[in-house]
Design a protein around this ligand. Structure first.
Ligand SMILES: Nc1nc2c(c(=O)[nH]1)N[C@H]1C(S)=C(S)[C@@H](COP(=O)(O)O)O[C@H]1N2
Ligand SMILES: [Mo]
Length: 209
């Protein structure tokens, strides 16, 4: 059952079960990859009329924004007021034309990490591909040179070291989503693990022991 959201939690901007930290912790499965900007690229593939490849110079030439957003990790820490800089995911639609069948965005990262989002959530107005945090280039541990930021979902959707965005007709649960994390991950509804899934089938979940 979905618990009601308390007005006091909303006012403090702290979802249920979360504790505020002042410094952004590092949460990574596996080591931070080393990236050579000369060979780095970002690819937009899948259900698109023509795939796109951007090198780092082309990436840096895209229209940029800055936003302040809270970050909530399922391991119960939240860091408020992170200042991210980068490019809105919706800006990508000026580069690729999606085919009508595109319904999901699958994010593929250096090192093999993946995560999945509905197209609607991927294109949310506060969703960024970020390359700077709090006035500095991302550190390697936080995703240098490029990460996704999805403020309204738990942190595992904010993939670090993003290299490929695959638009897909079908959902494809990512690294943590196949290891028992919720497929959606709304912190305000405490959609932490697949057993918290109210939407029906959670047979795709694998128990972590
Ligand atoms: N490529 C990759 N991205 C990732 C992860 C990861 O292990 N690999 N961990 C996720 C999790 S669980 C969280 S909470 C955030 C943490 O981001 P931070 O380390 O910058 O705080 O990154 C997310 N993105
Ligand atoms: Mo996390």
């Amino acid at each position: 059952m979905v618990k009601p959201i308390l007005a006091e939690d909303r006012a403090r901007r702290i979802p249920p079960g979360q504790t505020v930290v002042t410094k952004l912790p590092v949460l990574s499965y596996g080591p931070a990859p080393r990236t050579d900007l000369q060979s780095w690229d970002l690819k937009l593939v899948g259900e698109v009329v023509a795939p796109v490849r951007l090198d780092h110079t082309q990436w840096k030439a895209l229209p940029r924004v800055s936003e302040i957003a809270d970050f909530h990790c399922v391991t119960t820490w939240s860091r408020l007021d992170n200042r991210w800089e980068g490019v809105k995911t919706s800006e990508l639609l000026t580069l690729v034309q999606l085919k009508p069948g595109a319904r999901f965005a699958i994010i593929l990262c250096d090192g093999g990490y993946t995560t999945n989002l509905t197209l609607e959530e991927f294109l949310g107005e506060d969703v960024l591909l970020a390359d700077r945090l709090d006035g500095q280039d991302l550190s390697r541990d936080h995703g240098y040179p490029l990460r996704l930021i999805v403020p309204r979902l738990y942190g595992w959707k904010s993939a670090k070291w993003v290299r490929v965005i695959e638009f897909s007709a079908h959902d494809r649960p990512g690294f943590w989503e196949v290891r028992g994390y919720h497929n959606h991950g709304d912190p305000w509804r405490e959609e932490r693990y697949s057993e918290d899934d109210d939407s029906g089938d959670d047979s795709g979940g694998v128990e972590i022991v």
